[in-house]
Design a protein around this ligand. Structure first.
Ligand SMILES: *Cc1c(COP(=O)(O)O)cnc(C)c1O
Length: 446
């Protein structure tokens, strides 16, 4: 089963050309020809509604085609029929079968996407910061100390995850996209907000950007006026989807030097790596990328959601966390899949999520127990399921805020009625016969 972990440094890596397939090129992927015609058609149907994009490294080096369709990496990137509700699926299938014109397909796709809660957790309305009373595009400021920045050149990924909670940005529907930002406004916002300590560059995937674009945003932050910005986080799935980004791309070395300069200037640089399965950490190139990033002095922290069909298994999490610790990657979050997109296909009840988390935690040493979770990024904040308990004869779920829209909520335990089927915060009811959760005075869930 498990091979010994090979941690040796790669001597040389031939550059690899990035080759990507989108839904128009689904039938050009050679490996798919082994699947029945009907299954390939189902993929087409889903890929007309949900984003699809996969590159050759993922196809050739990460997916185990002998285990398709159950292979977790296959499930991570390739559309499956059940990702759409049966009715939505049938409507799109009928259109494609009668070779409808593109315009009709697009119109139906837009309608079906609208039913998939494209903007969970009030992202569009609640977190938009302002400069001179004007909303600033490309920034999101939800928690006091951390601002999210969506650079305009980083709004795609090297491949798309089938469960992505930012999927609406990728389907080309203009009003579903976050508006995009630029360096000058970012710098001004940071200068004017001394309460900020963390900048989180996110996307899409900022690592799809050329290094010189990243430099345009980040190099300036070494100046004294940005002394309060102590931490620069970059959210990315490139360590999984395109590790060559850090090893053999034309501007890989320039990227590593940029990270190094930020570290030398006294910043904590954290690569917030999205991982879902230990298989993503097995290839020699993935490990070489991790080594190179760590050599710059940047820290790699790992986070990702718990997903049915991909990683709803405690042993898989334990093995992933152990492998990460072995490779010097710090486990950070286990997320609950958000209430958007194909969530029905991936969702795991909160009670079960907690059981998987606990069962995995019990299998790893203290260094692997730094992952918090299962955590819901909900409207009022990040809520962690702490466990199931029995209080004076009532079975309850113990919860706490890891992050809150109001900082005063953080680390306050609260309780919900035990519910084996709930998959999100808004499906939980307060325990002990109470009407509302304590934070609902300020921020109602309904
Ligand atoms: C998770 C998150 C952050 C960062 O929170 P930490 O607890 O510092 O990791 C910032 N903004 C948003 C919107 C988030 O979801």
């Amino acid at each position: 089963m498990s091979k010994a972990i090979d941690t040796r440094r790669l001597q040389s890596v031939a550059p690899r050309k990035f080759k990507v397939f989108t839904h128009h090129q689904l039938d050009q992927i050679p490996e798919l020809s082994q699947l029945p015609e009907a299954v390939r058609f189902e993929m087409q149907v889903v890929a007309n509604v949900l984003p699809f994009r996969v590159n050759e490294y993922v196809i050739q080096d990460l997916i185990d085609w002998s285990r398709v369709p159950d292979d977790p990496i296959f499930q991570l990137v390739f559309p499956q029929r059940e990702m759409l509700e049966p009715e939505a699926f049938e409507r799109m299938a009928a259109l494609l079968k009668r070779a409808a014109i593109r315009e009709e397909v697009r119109t139906l796709a837009t309608e079906l996407r609208g039913d998939l809660n494209p903007h969970p957790a009030g992202q569009m309305e609640l977190n938009v910061p302002t400069l001179d009373d004007e909303p600033v595009d490309g920034l999101q400021h939800k928690y006091r100390e951390t601002v999210l920045f969506f650079p305009s050149q980083g709004q795609v990924c090297h491949s798309y995850c089938t469960f992505c909670f930012r999927w609406a940005q990728f389907v080309g529907d203009k009003d579903l996209r976050f508006a995009l930002g630029e360096a000058e406004k970012l710098h001004r916002y940071l200068r004017e907000h001394r309460e900020l300590s963390d900048l989180l560059v996110t996307g899409g995937d900022p690592m799809v950007m050329k290094t010189h674009h990243l430099e345009g945003y980040l190099s300036a932050l070494t100046a004294p006026e940005f002394e309060h910005i102590q931490t620069i986080r970059i959210g990315t799935k490139a360590l999984t989807f395109w590790p060559y980004r850090f090893v053999s791309d034309a501007d890989s070395d320039a990227l590593l030097r940029l990270l190094e300069r930020l570290v030398m200037a006294g910043k904590h640089v954290a690569i917030m790596a999205h991982y879902n399965h230990w298989r993503e950490l097995e290839t020699p190139i993935a490990r070489e990328a991790i080594r190179r990033v760590r050599d710059t002095g940047a820290v790699i922290r790992a986070q990702g959601p718990l997903l049915r069909h991909i990683n709803d298994d405690a042993d898989a999490w334990a093995r992933m966390w152990r492998t990460q610790v072995r490779l010097g990657v710090v486990p950070y979050y286990m997320f609950v899949e958000r209430d958007t997109g194909a969530r029905r296909y991936f969702e795991v009840p909160l009670v079960r999520a907690w059981q998987i988390y606990r069962d995995a935690m019990q299998q790893v040493s203290g260094l692997g127990r730094t992952a918090r979770g299962p955590s819901m990024s909900a409207k009022p904040g990040k809520v962690e399921i702490q466990g199931v308990s029995d209080i004076q004869g009532e079975k309850v779920l113990a919860l706490r805020f890891i992050q809150g829209r109001n900082p005063d909520w953080v680390q306050r335990p609260f309780f919900a009625r035990y519910d084996e089927t709930a998959t999100w915060l808004d499906q939980l009811r307060p325990a002990f016969g109470e009407e509302r959760f304590f934070f609902e005075d300020e921020m109602p869930l309904g």
